[in-house]
Design a protein around this ligand. Structure first.
Ligand code: G3H
Ligand code: 13P
Ligand code: NA
Ligand code: ZN
Length: 311
């Protein structure tokens, strides 16, 4: 069924795993993801960015997700707004039937982040929708928001005391924290160390409270190499090592956001088809294998997060 994330996070917290939050932009991506969770009986968060809304239109995305939910009644699926920028965007998504929205006020000063988050929480909760907020700043690029530089990432980690004050003052349901991850394919030049102590300190002060990790793609070498082999150009791409993601998932992190790794799986497969079968021009002959590559990547990620079979 279409659900919010409350129960999902409760179970994830208690049992030491995280639920995968995968970005969807079209039918093939959604089908690939849903096939993997259906087959393994895993919980799922499908997330939609503002960019996805303007690319595919909300009515198409909602219809695709409605079908996924109807065809998989035994799988809990949440429909989540990724990186909502304003109260108006979040309100629109609550009205459109999302079960969860993110208000990302992380680039605002602390008090303003509290104010805007509280405004969204009041509206969303009145309509039975849960809210994720963000405190601290990630690196990398998401839509039109440029994150801080790699060198600066460690200076903008979430402050645990502020996190407690933020959660208490806003009544938010989950909090995205900055612990050294970063958006996109070009996260780091050298292998990063995540600040697990930030997660530990927050969970000591707020036991049971679910944290969220953005920028959690690993930019797997195999896929980077395939893209480069078949005519792409992503030589310096680097992500968060998967053992660090697994570690965080065992802690208070209950939602892990992954988009880049799915993009790369799809792109690598389409490039491979284009270059090994240049005579093909039927879109089903490359979107089909691309969809299968998404499915395999999600199967793998569910294991990394420990949430396989937890539906
Ligand atoms: O954090 C951003 C997500 O990867 C979504 O990306 O805004 O290009 O759709 P997008
Ligand atoms: P990646 O770019 O690491 O996949 O992060 C996605 C994300 O955080 C979406 O909100
Ligand atoms: Na967890
Ligand atoms: Zn994000």
């Amino acid at each position: 069924p279409l659900v919010d994330t409350k129960k999902m996070f409760e179970m994830a917290y208690k049992n030491g795993y995280a639920v995968g939050a995968f970005n969807v932009n079209n039918m093939e991506i959604t089908q690939g993801i849903v096939k993997a969770v259906a087959e393994t009986k895993s919980p799922l968060i499908l997330q939609i960015s503002r960019g996805a809304r303007s690319y595919a239109s909300m009515s198409y995305l909602k219809a695709i997700i409605d079908v996924a939910v109807a065809e998989n009644p035994e799988i809990p699926i949440a429909m989540h707004l990724d990186h909502g920028d304003t109260f108006e965007t979040c309100k629109q998504c609550v009205d459109d039937g999302f079960t969860s929205v993110m208000i990302d006020g992380s680039h605002h000063p602390f008090e303003e982040n509290i104010r805007i988050t509280k405004e969204v929480v009041d509206y969303a909760h009145a309509h039975g929708v849960v809210v994720e907020a963000e405190l601290g700043q990630l690196g990398g690029i998401e839509e039109d928001v440029v994150g801080i530089s790699e060198e600066d990432v460690m200076n903008h980690l979430t402050n645990p005391d502020q996190a407690v004050e933020f959660v208490e003052k806003t009544g938010v349901d989950s909090l995205a924290v900055a612990i050294g991850t970063s958006h996109g394919a070009y996260k780091f030049k050298t292998a990063p160390k995540l600040a697990f102590e930030v997660v530990e300190q927050i969970s000591e002060k707020l036991p049971g409270f679910p944290l969220v990790m953005h920028g959690s793609s690993s930019v797997l070498k195999e896929f980077k190499d395939l893209i480069n082999k078949y005519g792409g150009a992503m030589p310096d791409a680097m992500g968060v090592p998967e053992d660090a993601i697994t570690n965080a998932s065992k802690m208070a992190v209950c939602k892990v956001n992954i988009d880049t790794d799915l993009r790369m799986a799809l792109t690598a497969k389409i490039r491979e088809v284009f270059s090994t079968k240049p005579e093909e021009f039927d879109p089903r002959k490359y979107l089909g294998p691309g969809r299968e590559a998404i499915y395999e990547m999600v199967l793998h990620k569910l294991k990394v997060l420990g949430c396989t079979g937890k539906a």
